[in-house]
Design a protein around this ligand. Structure first.
Ligand SMILES: Nc1ncnc2c1ncn2[C@@H]1O[C@H](COP(=O)(O)OP(=O)(O)O)[C@@H](O)[C@H]1O
Ligand SMILES: [Mg+2]
Length: 306
C-alpha cells in the first residue's frame, strides 16, 4: 500500500476523485467493461433475489420489499455479490444507474441485539423506542445514514450516503467490485505516521461535529487508492451520551494499539487530548480545507438526526 493519505476536503465529490485517479483505462474500456458487468449482473438478478429469499430469517419479506422500493426509486439496478456478512448487517455490492454502490442490510433479528443497548440507552435520538427490536433496527439504520452525512459535512472521508429505506442503507461503494477497498487491518501500512495523523484528524473532526465513532479500529477504516475512509457509523453516539467518554477512550485505545503495532510511539491519552482539543489553526499543514464553522459539541443538538 502506498499513497499519502490526503485528507478529505469537506464536502468533496468522490466521483471526481475516481476520474482523476483512474488513468489506466480508456473511456471505451470502461464502458465495455461496465456493459459486460451490467449484463452479467442483470442475468444474476432474479437468481440473487431467490437467494436472498432462501436466507429467509435474514431477508424477510419486508426487507425484500424495501430492496424492491430502492430498485423502483432508481437507487439500485442489480445486486452483485456479498462483501461482508456480519452479526448485525450484511453488505452487498450492487449496480446503480451511475455507479456501483454498497448496500448494507441490517438484520431485524440481530443476534447481538443486546450489544446495541449500551449505545441506545441514554441517546435521546432513541427516546420512546423502547425494546421493540424492529423499531430499534430501523432507527439504527437511519442513525447510520445521519451520522455518515454529518461526518462527511465535517470533513471526514466516509462513503457518500445515497438512500435509506427501512433497514437498508445504500451508499457509495469505496473501490470497485473488481478492486475492493481493504480494511486497514488487511494491508501493510507503508507510511503509518501519515496514516495515523489522518485518522486522528478525522477523529477530531468527528468530535468537533459532536460525534464519537464508538467502534473505531483497523476494522472500520478502509483504504482504497491511498485514501483512508471511516466506515460503520451505526453505533456512533453524540458527545452527550452518558457513555461518550468511555467510547472515546476505547476508540483511542484501539487506534493507539494498532499504530503502536506499526512501530509508532502512540499514547492513547495523548490521542484523547488531541481529539478533544479543537484545532487551533484549522488551515495548517494537514487540514488542507477545514470544515466551515464546525459546531461546538456542547451546542450540537441530539434531536435533529433521526
Ligand atoms: N461503502 C463501502 N464500500 C466498500 N466496502 C464497504 C463499504 N461499507 C462496508 N464495506 C465492507 O463491508 C464490511 C462490513 O461493513 P461495516 O459497515 O463495517 O459493517 P459491520 O457492522 O458488519 O462491521 C467492511 O469491513 C468493509 O469491508
Ligand atoms: Mg464494521
Amino acid at each position: 500500500m502506498s499513497g499519502e493519505f490526503g485528507l478529505a476536503e469537506p464536502d468533496d465529490v468522490p466521483g471526481d476523485e475516481w476520474e482523476e485517479l483512474d488513468v489506466s483505462d480508456t473511456d471505451a474500456d470502461k464502458i465495455a467493461r461496465r456493459q459486460d458487468r451490467e449484463f452479467d449482473e442483470f442475468r444474476q438478478r432474479v437468481k440473487d433475489a431467490d437467494q436472498l429469499k432462501v436466507e429467509g430469517s435474514v431477508f424477510d419479506e419486508a426487507t425484500l420489499a424495501a430492496v424492491y422500493k430502492l430498485v423502483q426509486d432508481g437507487h439500485i439496478d442489480a445486486f452483485g455479490g456479498p462483501i461482508s456478512t456480519g452479526k448485525e448487517a450484511h453488505v452487498f455490492e450492487a449496480l446503480a444507474p451511475e455507479a456501483e454502490v454498497a448496500v448494507k442490510i441490517y438484520r431485524i433479528n440481530a443476534t447481538d441485539f443486546s450489544q446495541m443497548r449500551e449505545y441506545l440507552e441514554g441517546d435521546p435520538r432513541f427516546d420512546g423506542i423502547g425494546s421493540d427490536k424492529k423499531a430499534v433496527v430501523l432507527a439504527w439504520t437511519r442513525k447510520e445514514f445521519a451520522n455518515l452525512s454529518r461526518a462527511r459535512k465535517a470533513g471526514v472521508r466516509v462513503p457518500e450516503t445515497i438512500a435509506v429505506e427501512r433497514n437498508v442503507l445504500v451508499m457509495e461503494l469505496v473501490g470497485q467490485a473488481d478492486d475492493r477497498a481493504r480494511r486497514l487491518a488487511e494491508v501493510t501500512v507503508e507510511n503509518p505516521q501519515t496514516a495515523y495523523e489522518v485518522v486522528r484528524e478525522y477523529m477530531r473532526r468527528l468530535y468537533s461535529a459532536g460525534l464519537i465513532h464508538g467502534d473505531l479500529s483497523e476494522y472500520n477504516l478502509i483504504i482504497h487508492e491511498g485514501e483512508l475512509y471511516v466506515i460503520d457509523l451505526g453505533q456512533a453516539v453524540t458527545v452527550h451520551h452518558p457513555n461518550a467518554r468511555s467510547f472515546l477512550e476505547r476508540d483511542c485505545r484501539n487506534v493507539a494499539s494498532f499504530f503502536s503495532r506499526q512501530g509508532l510511539p502512540v499514547d492513547p491519552d495523548d490521542l484523547i487530548d488531541f481529539v478533544t482539543t479543537p484545532d487551533p489553526d484549522p488551515s495548517s499543514d494537514l487540514s488542507e480545507s477545514p470544515p466551515a464553522d464546525p459546531p461546538d459539541p456542547a451546542e450540537s443538538s441530539d434531536r435533529s438526526d433521526v
